[in-house]
Design a protein around this ligand. Structure first.
Ligand SMILES: [Zn+2]
Length: 82
């Protein structure tokens, strides 16, 4: 088994991104995902979504800051009609 080359995440610039899926037909697309910030992108997207050097600076994440980000609030229980 060969290891795949490291893929740099456009959003957090970590080397923790991996190939997740490939098109079953003619290599039409590839889906990548990052294990650090969970960003996911397709090879067919615009370079501003796939190239770490072109990803919009305002949306970039610093991997050392991710643990400090506020958590997502829990979904409250469903209200049942009384
Ligand atoms: Zn990432």
């Amino acid at each position: 088994m060969t290891s795949s080359p490291s893929i740099v995440c456009p959003r957090c610039s970590s080397n923790a991104a991996k190939l997740r899926a490939k098109s079953p037909v003619d290599d039409a697309w590839i889906v990548f995902g990052c294990d650090v910030c969970f960003y996911t992108w397709r090879s067919t997207e615009a370079t501003e979504n796939t190239d770490p050097n072109k990803y919009p600076r305002v949306f970039r994440l610093d991997p050392t800051e991710i643990a400090k980000l506020p958590g997502v609030p829990n979904i409250p229980p469903l209200r049942r009609p009384s």
